[in-house]
Design a protein around this ligand. Structure first.
Ligand code: NDP
Length: 315
């Protein structure tokens, strides 16, 4: 595809925000085109059971929910495409975007729903065993299976870390959880589940000093107590990093106002960004709630705001 494609609504990203925006925009006859991005379905595809999305009394798996949202968007003829947007130009209207293979799209409205990605510690040894698939992972639900019956380490103290520690405890022999402060960040209920689980050994004030391995696979970690500076090595075949996320907003930074951690600043109470015709939904602008239901809600807002913007423009 070398010709410029002209559309009314481009949606970038395919989590609950993107799919919800697609459903609303398609039903409003905006013929939206949605690019799914690097992780079709978004972060929820790495989650196991979603128990808190209203309307699913028995719960639903993240991947299943995303397939249903995609099917719902397709039912209204939303154009859902695999592939991702690598470059944008919001300096004039219509706004421009390019896919990874150079296809150029001009769109009257853009809805950004690119979400966020897992953060890592930044240790060289961590990156080595992450890239080589040698035992470092940021997704217990995706990779926990490979460590069945083994000893693993998890880093983090938020709700994600607690959820993943519980998941790993069901599969693995033992889970050592490293918490860098002397308290959790997680909610009371999640924290208590961890503390009451006999298979999870929580080490407070403790961080990873080095991921140890034989060059190919992880064999353990050297931990450091950040109060006493004492180090200790434990054996472990898997290291799970669950320390939060970074918004996927790098390609927008030349045009959109971002906060100091990279989240897109929206005009409060709306999905509008500082650029007319560009809207945002989901975690790309939300470091506070970060839930599937809030992402879906703000995705809906983005589509409604885009529709109103178009209507006003077309007079
Ligand atoms: P959070 O930002 O809430 O927590 C990140 C955790 O990682 C913190 O405990 C932080 O420590 C720790 N951390 C950060 N950097 C490092 C580092 N370099 N070394 C060691 N530890 C580090 O992220 P989550 O992904 O856990 O949660 C994100 C949001 O999603 C939250 O709002 C959460 O409530 C929600 N969520 C809800 C769930 C549910 O309700 N079922 C499940 C999962 C997530 P410190 O505390 O010291 O800053």
């Amino acid at each position: 595809m070398s010709d410029i494609e002209k559309i009314k609504c481009l949606i970038i990203g395919s989590g609950p925000a993107g799919y919800t925006a697609a459903i609303y925009a398609a039903r409003a006859s905006m013929a939206p085109v949605l690019y799914q991005g690097m992780q079709p379905g978004g972060q929820l595809t790495t989650t196991n059971e979603v128990e808190n999305f209203p309307g699913y009394p028995e719960g639903i798996t993240g991947p299943e929910m995303m397939m249903q949202l995609e099917a719902q968007a397709k039912r209204f003829d939303a154009d859902i495409r695999s592939g991702f947007i690598t470059k944008v130009d919001f300096s004039s209207t219509p706004h421009k975007a390019w896919t990874e293979d150079g296809h150029e799209i001009h769109s009257d409205t853009i809805i950004i729903s690119t979400g966020a990605s897992a953060k890592y510690l930044g240790l060289e040894s961590e990156q080595h065993y992450l890239k080589n698939g040698g035992g470092v992972s940021a997704c217990a639900v995706c990779d926990g299976f490979f460590y069945r019956g083994q000893d693993v380490v998890i880093v983090g103290a938020g709700d994600s870390a607690c959820e993943e520690a519980g998941y790993l405890a069901n599969i693995c022999n033992k889970v050592t959880m490293l918490v860098r402060r002397d308290e959790f960040r997680a909610s009371e209920i999640m924290k208590n589940r961890v503390l009451e689980n006999p298979k999870i050994d929580v080490r407070f004030n403790t961080e990873i000093d080095e991921v140890l391995g034989d060059g190919n696979v992880v064999t353990g970690v050297r931990m450091i107590n950040n109060k006493t500076q004492e180090t200790e090595e434990i054996s472990s075949t898997g290291v799970f990093i669950a320390i939060g996320h970074k918004p996927n907003t790098d390609i927008f930074k030349d045009y959109l106002e971002l906060d100091e951690t990279g989240y897109i600043k929206n005009i409060p109470g709306t999905s509008k960004t500082n650029v007319e015709g560009v809207f945002v939904g989901g975690d790309a602008a939300d470091h506070v709630y970060r839930q599937a239901i809030t992402a879906a809600g703000t995705g809906c807002m983005a589509a409604l705001d885009a529709e109103r913007y178009l209507a006003a423009k077309e007079g």
